[in-house]
Design a protein around this ligand. Structure first.
Ligand SMILES: NC(=O)c1ccc[n+]([C@@H]2O[C@H](COP(=O)([O-])OP(=O)(O)OC[C@H]3O[C@@H](n4cnc5c(N)ncnc54)[C@H](O)[C@@H]3O)[C@@H](O)[C@H]2O)c1
Length: 240
């Protein structure tokens, strides 16, 4: 477990799945946490779980596709807790699609959430981080962005953008004390189905906690010499 007792973290897509596991990991480490999501009921449940672990929690209904809402949430987080040390951009959607049959309005919605949502939060949180000379940004990519997957053509594009955004932003802000990294999950079981999978040499899907543990490392002080990197958490993926 990492020590986040002096830290404030801002996490998107916190209500369920990988985001919930990250939220609970931050809570166990003693962080103050701002949890953002559009699913208010699930968000409230995750916030209660984090509070039960002793964390100070600020749950906010935020659609990351809305620039004004993201900027207002970052401002509220800074006013409430004084600073943001850790920003984790996890909110994302990943509908399976046949590219030829897909519609441009669906690509645009995915770009708004998966790419622009991450950019809005980084852009709003960075001035405070740079002024204090400390920050940890962790963006969530995907094996789809790393390899390109035929049933996720538009989604692969959005996550490929996150991976290159991470590399470029790291070069801009690492000299000022802010690290920027990306975690690209493979097949993670967010519904508790525990499927076997032929996509991984482990023969199984990963758990949200197995993904969160890598995110938490990159969010910690221990990852001080790691920046601009993409970590694949895919159980040694088989390329198909
Ligand atoms: N589960 C996997 O196998 C897998 C694999 C690769 C990448 N990922 C990525 O990991 C991240 C988390 O995925 P997950 O599997 O936990 O998904 P999930 O659907 O279980 O959880 C995503 C959360 O994000 C929230 N969300 C969706 N749109 C939002 C918006 N516009 N604003 C704010 N919150 C929003 C949802 O309400 C939900 O709580 C995503 O970025 C996803 O692309 C997941």
């Amino acid at each position: 477990m990492f020590d986040f007792s002096e830290k404030t973290a801002f996490l998107t897509g916190a209500a369920r799945g990988i985001g919930r596991a990250i939220a609970l990991g931050l809570a166990k480490g003693g962080a103050k946490i701002v949890l953002c999501d559009i699913n208010e009921e699930a968000l409230a449940a995750t916030a209660r779980e984090a509070e039960a672990l002793g964390a100070q929690v600020l749950p906010l209904r935020v659609d990351v596709a809305c620039e004004e809402a993201v900027r207002a949430a970052i401002k509220q987080a800074e006013e409430t807790f004084g600073k943001i040390d850790i920003l984790i951009n996890n909110a994302g959607i990943y509908p399976v699609s046949d590219f030829v049959e897909s519609k441009s309005e669906d690509w645009k919605r995915m770009i708004d959430i998966n790419i622009l949502g991450t950019m809005y939060a980084c852009h709003a949180a960075l001035p405070g981080m740079l002024a204090r000379g400390y920050g940890r940004i962790v963006n969530i990519g995907s094996v789809a962005g790393h390899y390109g997957l035929s049933y996720f053509v538009d989604y692969s594009m959005t996550k490929g953008a996150i991976i290159s955004f991470t590399r470029a932003l790291a070069k801009a802000v690492t000299p000022k004390g802010v690290t920027v990294n990306c975690v690209s999950p493979g097949s993670i079981d967010v519904n508790g189905i525990k499927k076997n999978t032929q996509h991984s040499f482990t023969g199984r899907e990963g758990t949200p906690e197995e993904c969160a543990s890598v995110v938490l490392f990159l969010a910690s002080d221990e990852a001080s010499y790691v920046s601009g990197q993409e970590y694949l958490v895919d159980g040694c993926r088989k390329l198909m």
